[in-house]
Ligand binder design. Structure first.
Ligand SMILES: *[C@@H]1O[C@H](CO)[C@@H](O)[C@H](O)[C@H]1NC(C)=O
Ligand SMILES: *[C@@H]1O[C@H](CO)[C@@H](O)[C@H](O)[C@H]1NC(C)=O
Length: 396
């Protein structure tokens, strides 16, 4: 492993790849297939409804919409995969509205979904839905249900497994926001290891799905850095002291990358250190500093074909890469309009494309968002050969 690289996005000094940014779908505000239920329709606050999670299957795109503030009708939704480029499809509640009574302000049963930040599919055509259990986390942080994972079979859209976490791995203000399904270390699907970020009580929860056991690992690198709690995007600033949230996994290097939101650093840890069990007293997790970035970021992903790590410095409204083998850095895309607050960067193993979830989160957060502009986008980037000069093409 390369020790510590300086992951600076400097436009003059690093090689720039040609990436065409295609707009898959875009919305001013999200729209839902709301049922005729006045308590749901009346509670909907589009200006509070912003997605943070993305997953793609062969036929659908799934989006997670956490209940950061009140008025989010459904916290997990889907749209068909092949809608017209740049269109604004209506979001379907997943699997149906009976899982989303929290959209009316209260949860009627903890078997429903409370607030989902991210979702991931496994190799058995199942969707792992990580539910934080926390309502209105930015307003009053109401812990209404224990956090859980629901696994849906994507053929039937039925829940096939429910995972609840032992009390010992949680803290009073735990907020589980992201997950990696490691299907290489122990086995696939119901034998996978799962690595889960706790963003508000910083830590990583490891779940051994073969044995239904879990443990909690903590390290100062998972905490927010107060020097990086102010985030600036296109001149607008907001303060968010979030700990570890960005996660990525390289199966070949057996490495998990992670970053708190409030930091300029990316860290890594070997999966063997995660899976070997709880730390002994006074044992320290072997965490490595991957490098420093020009600004904070959220989404991370690994292109599994060559282990390239993708990240997005928020202030530079760009996507950059670092390859751990060659130590080569690349600026893949720069676009102040399209690349605002990338909550997800996802390498898709089916087509090798990079999918980006872009929102003007700073405007939602500061309540300056306007319904007369495009605020939410799913983008696709086709990274082409590095010898082609950078073109900032946008295809609708
Ligand atoms: C939610 O439930 C609590 C207690 O069960 C109740 O006091 C409150 O009025 C309910 N709120 C709404 C909006 O239904
Ligand atoms: C909602 O989805 C669940 C899971 O697929 C299913 O069991 C249930 O029957 C559905 N309810 C309605 C009203 O369609």
């Amino acid at each position: 492993m390369v020790l510590s690289a300086l992951l600076l996005v400097a436009f003059s000094s690093i090689c720039v790849n040609a990436a065409n940014l295609e707009i898959v779908n875009q919305w001013n505000f999200l729209e839902f297939n709301l049922p005729y239920d006045y308590s749901l329709i009346g509670a909907f606050r589009p200006e509070n409804t912003v997605f943070t999670g993305l997953e793609l299957t062969d036929d659908r795109i799934f989006m997670a919409i956490p209940r950061l503030r009140s008025g989010v009708p459904a916290t997990l939704t889907s749209i068909p995969r092949n809608t017209a480029p740049g269109s604004s499809p209506v979001l379907q509640a997943y699997p149906n509205w009976s899982f989303h009574s929290a959209g009316k302000g209260n949860v009627s049963s903890c078997s429903e979904l409370v607030s989902v930040y991210r979702i991931r599919k496994d190799s058995c055509n199942r969707l792992w839905v990580l539910d934080s259990g926390i309502m209105t986390s930015l307003e009053d942080f109401r812990s209404v249900c224990p956090p859980k994972i629901l696994i849906f079979d994507l053929r039937t859209d039925q829940v096939v497994r429910t995972i609840v976490f032992p009390r010992q791995v949680l803290r009073l203000n735990s907020l589980l926001t992201n997950l990696i399904i490691d299907e290489n270390t122990q086995g696939t699907c119901d034998s996978a290891f799962v690595y889960i970020s706790d963003t508000a009580a910083p830590g990583i929860v490891v779940y051994n799905s073969a044995q239904d056991t879990a443990w909690r690992l903590m390290h100062p690198a998972m905490y927010p850095d107060p020097d990086f709690s102010d985030h600036t995007i296109n001149g607008e600033s907001f303060t968010l002291m979030d700990g570890v949230v960005g996660l990525a996994y390289s199966p070949r290097l057996k490495t998990v990358y992670f970053q708190p939101l409030a930091t300029d650093r990316i860290f890594s840890i070997q999966t063997s250190a995660l899976t070997k069990g709880p730390l002994a007293e006074n044992e320290v997790l072997p965490i490595e500093l991957v490098g420093k970035k020009s600004s904070q970021g959220l989404g991370l992903t690994v292109d599994e074909r060559d282990d390239t790590l993708y990240f997005s410095p928020l202030t530079e409204t760009s996507v950059a890469t670092w390859n751990p083998r060659s130590n080569r850095q690349t600026l893949v895309a720069y676009n102040p309009d399209l690349l605002q607050f990338l909550a997800e960067i996802r390498w898709n193993n089916k087509d090798g494309d990079i999918y980006l979830l872009s929102t003007r989160f700073q405007k939602f957060f500061r309540r300056t968002v306007s319904g007369s502009e495009v605020n939410l986008r799913i983008l696709r980037s086709r990274v082409r050969s590095s010898s082609t000069p950078f073109e900032n093409n946008v295809y609708y």
